[in-house]
Design a protein around this ligand. Sequence first.
Ligand code: SF4
Ligand code: SF4
Length: 265
Amino acid sequence: MTANGKVKRAKLAVWKFASCDGCQLSVLDCEDELLALADRVEIAKFVEASRREIKGPYDISLVEGSITTAHDAARIRQVRAASQCLITIGACATSGGIQALRNFKDVNQFMAIVYASPEYISALATSTAIADHVRVDFELRGCPINKHQLLEVIAAFLNGRKPHTPAHSVCVECKARATVCVMVARGVPCLGPITHAGCGAICPAYGRGCYGCFGPSESPNTASLSQAWIKVGASRPEVARVLSTFNANAEKFRKTAVEYEDHKG
Ligand code: SF4
Ligand code: SF4
């Protein structure tokens, strides 16, 4: 409570690490809804939106992106120390992102191909999730995140309650909107049975299979679904490839991807 009897506003900071900025754009897309929360939240630091910055500590920090450099590994510890509550947003922050494909190869080979002068690049051999480096209070999945889920998570932390973000699979959302299953009806390979809910099952609603951008659901049976993919005509390399995208370093996708990559044919 402030001196004039008003509720003290929570200081919210948004931080960027290795990422495409898509999840920060989802935060910007909450403009109207955040205005409605203006008497509860103060945007204290959000470089993508404003140069204005209020010094920490912060009540809530939203962290986008993965750790790919020694500098970022040190910086995330400073962010943690300055934050009462730290929420990671998106596939990069929660599982290392598409840039975690380096974890399966030699990062120096990638740098030699991409950069004209790779000797100026200083990068870690791996891209890892924020939770691999510091304590995280909540992980919000998606590539990018769903803004309604983000608002639910912020509201939950403001009110000291658990966020309501179901951990079931995309299939449940598919059934809830009465979409005909593309895999059962048309033999289209779909990762929905092992993918975390949150998008509202957009892809099957448009007749295509889910490719797992929200990462693994709570208890995915990746081995069984991979066999189902083979039955509808996918090859083992195709299974390995679809599990090796935005959430390639998520353990529940990675293990099966490596197994199918190692046994081509
Ligand atoms: S289309 Fe995909 S997400 Fe929807 S019910 Fe079928 S397998 Fe599940
Ligand atoms: S790929 Fe899957 S999780 Fe991502 S938007 Fe499509 S249906 Fe949703």
